[in-house]
Design a protein around this ligand. Sequence first.
Ligand SMILES: Nc1ncnc2c1ncn2[C@@H]1O[C@H](COP(=O)(O)OP(=O)(O)OP(=O)(O)O)[C@@H](O)[C@H]1O
Length: 965
Amino acid sequence: MNLLRGFALLVLQFRALLKKNLLLSWRNKRATFLQLFSSLFFIFLIFCIEKATDAQNSNTTEYEVVRDPKPLVAPAIPPCEDKFFVKLPCFDFVWSGNESQTIDRIVRAIRENNPGRPIPETKVKSFRTTGEVDEFLSNNQMHVPGALHFAEVNASVISYGLQTNSTPLAKRGQFEDPTLKFQIPLQIAAEREIARSLIGDANFRWTVELKEFAHPAMQTLSTIALVGPTFFLAIAMFSFVFQIGSLVSEKELKLRQAMTMMGLLDSAYWLSWLTWEGIMTVLSSLFIVLFGMMFQFDFFLNNSFSILFLVFFLFELNMVGFAFMLSPFVSKSTSATTIGFSIYIVGFFTQIVTASGFPYSDNFSQALQNVWSLFPPNLLAQALRLLSDATSTPEDIGVSWSRRTKCAPNDDECVITINDIYIWLVATFLVWMVLAIYFDNIIPNASGVRKSIFYFLRPGYWTGKGGKVREGGICSCIGSAPPLEHITPDDEDVLEEESLVKKQTTEVAVDRNVAVQMRGLSKTYPGSRKIGACCKCKKTSPYHAVKGLWVNFAKDQLFCLLGPNGAGKTTAINCLTGITPVTSGDALIYGYSVRSSVGMSNIRRIIGVCPQFDILWNALSGQEHLELFASIRGLPPATIKSVVQKSLAEVKLTEAAKVRTGSYSGGMRRRLSVAAALLGDPKLVILDEPTTGMDPITRRHVWDIIENAKKGRAIVLTTHSMEEADVLSDRIGIMAKGRLRCIGNSIRLKSRFGTGFIANVSFTGGNNGLSPPNGDAVATTYQHESVKQFFKNHLDVVPKEENRSFLTFVIPHDRENLLTKFFTELQEREEEFGIADIQLGLTTLEEVFLNIARQAELESAAAEGRVVTLTTTSGASVQIPIGARFVGIPGTESAENPRGVMVEVYWDQDDTGALCISGHSAEIPLPPNVQPMASLAATTRNSLRRRGPVHGIVISPDENFTPSS
Ligand SMILES: Nc1ncnc2c1ncn2[C@@H]1O[C@H](COP(=O)(O)OP(=O)(O)OP(=O)(O)O)[C@@H](O)[C@H]1O
């Protein structure tokens, strides 16, 4: 199939990824709703705050323009309850001089003539002297707002003094003015009644008017300038958190890595995210301005629509760029909220500082202003400040598009205009995007692979011919790996394969039948030293995961790579798909080298990969996944629909095509991954454990798919199912500890590495007349025993399994030459033994696998000198090397056993494949053909001299070695 290339591929991938983003947003409605409409909630909050502030300011004219101040005529003494923080019971005022009847009359008149509110007698308290008043006031704080002190000097002179609590008190943001509120009304009342008393005219009056100055409105920050930066930052933080979360989860779930394996272009990836976030940002900013206008804020009504829209759009876009830049540093999508919250808190404080005038004034250096402007929330705070200053009074006309480059006429300290803020937002956005791409390349990806710090300086990066990758974090100190020794394979088939590949590498022409050729492919994961938690230095040593593979995978064949966990299968596959760089050696896929980036980009066009993990977005359906992957692979758009339908039918997912994969079963997910690997007719298909988690029926169905897919292409399969390997593979290679241990077809492996043949003898179950006539059960036992004896006499084997209807024997390979005669004779006596059927087969692949794995484990334990403690029947504890079969026990020489004793140790493998002791024989005397213990000990003297536990002595059996039991 002709796949698209170049610009056409870029456009196709871009459209498919954009559609994916749209679908993900559409299906994650809650998050999308918050991104778009959270502004309504926050603007409503600003509206409420503004209304509350207006209500609070309603009894003061400070925030209004007062041109013609209203007079306060003859103000009355207010009730004491009006005082802030009054304590009950309270008095409207207290007075001294109560020995004089004239003063008493004057005070009564003050009470009765108080304008609009005669003061009851109980609300006033009298004292004789000022000293008594002071004592009362100091003992009864906050019970009285003011005091009058009268003294009747003579018949025509009355003096008086006035005392008030002059501490200005604040309540709910308002200050109480004791002079205007209490002192002057009390003074006016006292003077009025003294005058009336002295001139003897109860109707004597004058008019006192109190008036404030005409004044402009007090310059304060509007509610939007005060709380807007925090609230609008919060709106942007929703997009910020979702953005980082989406980018990181694609990385975390290895979705991006999987798409890269399919040929995803980085440019298409970044462009699709940028375009999608751009669209969301346009809508979100538009809604902010429209909601602001809906709530009739002067800020939104008087400033130009385009000015406002651009401020919010560029700020939110800038935050998107900021999120892109930070995402490579985040490895868990769950950390996105923590990062968002941290940035919000920092932004909250820097915005408060910005709103207070720092550093955008002449008092601060340009350098400081530049550094401050690198953090987007600060630019937003300054923009809102400028725009709210421009609309602080109804007379202000706001900032129009033409005035965006100018400062407000009354702003003498202006050092930055709205236009400057636009330029800063655009410039820093571009910086974030460049840094995002740079960090994305140099920070290790999910597979720990990255480019060098100066990768962009290499011409190869720009021409597409270079781009060497490295491993480990940029700050981690990578330990040097010891060079990998070449070990000549023990196995003749592996050696032969190695020689063949080596010979082919010297030839100019590549063998046309070879799809993949591994030429000494090795992979060493570098060790690293990192500063971990609590400043502890964490050190990991280099690990040789694949130790030189020399192997060919033929075209039109399925090569199955088997091996225990950690054998290096996935690593070898990852080297082929370019996920992890090769340490040494090379691999050619249809002639293209995995070590060259040009080769790799060609390889990606001809391989299909089903990784060990499922590459799925839970919110997308099976069909949407395949359409996306088909586009990434570059299938012509006109064919995508039909190819996808065919693919879905092949893996029996047509009915579930439109169901989201989040509700797929494990087997359905694996099937979809297999279908994705086969899209676009790849020449090499790599299937890493494709049938994991499938039920037997589905597994067989997938086997059919794989079997059909073999035609015209090479398939590499890894699996832990021996049955699968047996059924599907043309050739099998078993790996262990990073090396290929054996290679060949299933029969060859079984015959070479299995324990031998399996003979199944089933019985008729009836009495054939030759056996004793006392019942069926006795007859069956008799027949079984006869057959067992027959096997024992001729082949020296006992049954491995037995029940009423069959016996199973394992016949070792060394009896192979006896088999023909033996089975001819057995068939002749079938009737006599009551045999219904005899089946002979090779041992299972599983047995081969276990033998190879055990052998590899033994080798590695011996190489690493690992030991375990063995406790013998007599209670002796000795340290023995892992895997040692015959072990002499030092110090057991006695009169009875002058040569000492030994045991045979039985080994098994635990769940992780490690060898563990499963049992041991009784202690037996050292056979005569083995050196005596004393001389054995002499050869291993060093070990015996060591302090600590006793070390057993390994006895290597020679050909005549026969331990007597
Ligand atoms: N990025 C890595 N850094 C260090 N060691 C690694 C890394 N990836 C894998 N390894 C180690 O390399 C060895 C081989 O791992 P690999 O995944 O290739 O094994 P496998 O044969 O595919 O096993 P399985 O059957 O469990 O998938 C393992 O011991 C593993 O711990």
